[in-house]
Design a protein. Structure first.
Length: 295
């Protein structure tokens, strides 16, 4: 299996793209280990998820290289970087979605509340209930709006109609969608607009009361108005959930996140408060990326 990203680019070509000779990015492109810069503000936060020296391979191709970073509790953390830098691979590792792919192996660890998610005792299905996942393209099930939202509760055997209705309404309100669909709960979810479908997927994710929301470029398939509504929703969910979002849109990262991690070719480069990373990064390489000089 090919690793997502610029597989056709040689390391030298990737380094030239950075336009920063002898930079950390050039060293990374040559396969050298480079110590990331993690700002003190990140380390001062209480983490809910901690990635420890984590590496991942698709077959013989290494996609993540010794990534270590804490994900602050109750905050929004964005992961940015060029296509193929490992953003989505890292996100999908946090709830072990990569386990579903053939020939994947990992090293290092990821911890939730200090406990390894890769331990032999871990029930992966239960783990994924704690890590609500929303993908790039809205993926509602071909059933009613109501049944989409309470899907996880059905799997858990919940049959009390009043409980299901209460959770459905609460989740749709939490996803800022209730006012738009309260009269359409029995209609097919496929009849909703793209932006409504994405917020429905968020409602479905939070119906299971997860501790972490994982958003994989949630606005990449949406128009500007729908994107604005999803971004507003992320602001509203901040604090109630810990949110880890992958985005290719740096302006979006600057608008919605508290902290931002910059990755390049499977390695963490710099990680700090979003305001600092975008206005006064510690590395020239980060400045070059966020100002659009490469990527």
């Amino acid at each position: 299996m090919q690793v997502p990203g610029p597989s056709s680019s040689t390391p030298t070509a990737a380094a030239r793209n950075a336009k920063l000779p002898n930079s950390r990015l050039e060293m990374i492109a040559r396969g050298e280990a480079v110590e990331p810069v993690i700002h003190p503000a990140v380390l001062a936060e209480t983490p809910i998820v901690t990635v420890n020296d984590f590496s991942l391979w698709y077959g013989t191709k290494q996609a993540l290289h010794n990534v270590s970073l804490p994900v602050p509790k109750g905050k929004v953390t964005a992961i940015i970087g060029p296509s193929g830098c490992g953003k989505s691979t890292l996100l999908r590792s946090v709830n072990r979605m990569n386990d579903l792919l053939p020939n994947v192996r990992t090293a290092g660890d990821i911890r939730l509340h200090g406990s390894s998610i890769y331990g032999s005792h871990v029930d992966v299905i239960e783990l994924r209930k704690l890590m609500g996942m929303v993908f790039q393209k809205p993926n509602p099930f071909p059933t009613s709006v109501f049944e989409n939202v309470i899907y996880a509760l059905r799997l858990d055997g919940e049959r009390n109609r009043r409980v299901l209705e209460e959770i459905c309404e609460r989740s749709l309100r939490g996803a800022a969608l209730w006012d738009e669909v309260q009269g359409r709960l029995t209609d097919s979810a496929m009849a909703l607009s793209g932006g409504q479908q994405q917020r429905l997927c968020i409602a479905r994710a939070i119906a299971g009361e997860p501790e972490v929301l994982l958003l994989d470029e949630p606005c990449s398939a949406l128009d500007p108005i729908a994107t604005s509504k999803v971004e507003d929703l992320v602001h509203e969910l901040r604090g109630e959930y810990s949110i880890l979002v992958v985005t290719h849109n740096m302006q979006q990262a600057s608008r919605i996140s508290d902290y931002t991690a910059f990755m390049y070719l499977g390695r963490l480069v710099e990680y700090g408060a979003t305001s600092d990373l975008f206005t006064r990064p510690k590395l020239k390489e980060t400045e070059a990326y966020v100002t659009g000089r490469f990527g």
